[in-house]
Design a protein around this ligand. Structure first.
Ligand code: GNR
Ligand code: NI
Length: 178
């Protein structure tokens, strides 16, 4: 078990686009294991590598609801890309381990098709719907330096950032770089 620290604003890494993984090797598979450990410990339903300080295009997720007795369904995606998104939108109350204790509604495409590499470096495509679609889009956003609060008004975003930074650091810096 290796639980890693999850970064929060104003860490500039959260705004940095992640690098594509050139080769899926044991280092990447180790990172994925640490990400699952960190995600299940938090607990969360998804995690992007950048959130543990590694700006690489790697995400993990598991939307199974243990309280409902569902079996775990861990999924790791390397270099994920949305190749199709439905016209139809869905609104979900989102949260983020990097923006702790803040929840708000975000509208996104209801279903998406995603191309990615699996842990063996094999190219895969998968269709996502429901919470899986919301989660995979939220994680792919992290690989582009995007946070869910970016979809809210500037007023809300700045209020939320101030809250998060104040709780973690006891003071609020200039928000222009968060
Ligand atoms: O644990 C998480 N829950 C969640 C709820 C609604 C929409 C997205 C998410 S992802 C989040 C974990 C996280 O921050 N992943 O980047
Ligand atoms: Ni997040």
């Amino acid at each position: 078990m290796a639980i890693r620290k999850i970064i929060t604003p104003p860490n500039p890494l959260l705004r940095q686009p992640s690098l594509k993984v050139a080769e899926v090797d044991d280092t990447i598979r180790r990172l994925i294991r640490d990400m699952f450990d960190t995600m299940y410990d938090a607990p969360g339903i998804g995690l992007a590598a950048v959130q543990v300080g590694e700006p690489l295009s790697v995400i993990v997720m598991d939307t199974a609801d243990k309280e409902k007795g569902e079996e775990p369904r861990p999924l790791a995606l390397i270099n994920p890309e949305v190749v199709w998104a439905s016209e139809q939108k869905a609104t979900w109350q989102e949260g983020c381990l990097s923006v702790p204790d803040i929840y708000d509604e975000v509208e996104r495409p209801m279903e998406v098709r995603v191309r990615y590499l699996d842990e063996n470096g094999e190219e895969q495509e998968r269709h996502f719907s429901g919470l899986d679609a919301i989660c995979v889009q939220h994680e792919i956003d992290h690989t582009k330096g995007i946070l869910f609060i970016d979809y809210l008004s500037r007023l809300k975003r700045e209020r939320y950032l101030k809250k998060v930074i104040k709780r973690a650091h006891g003071r609020v810096p200039n928000l222009s770089q968060t």
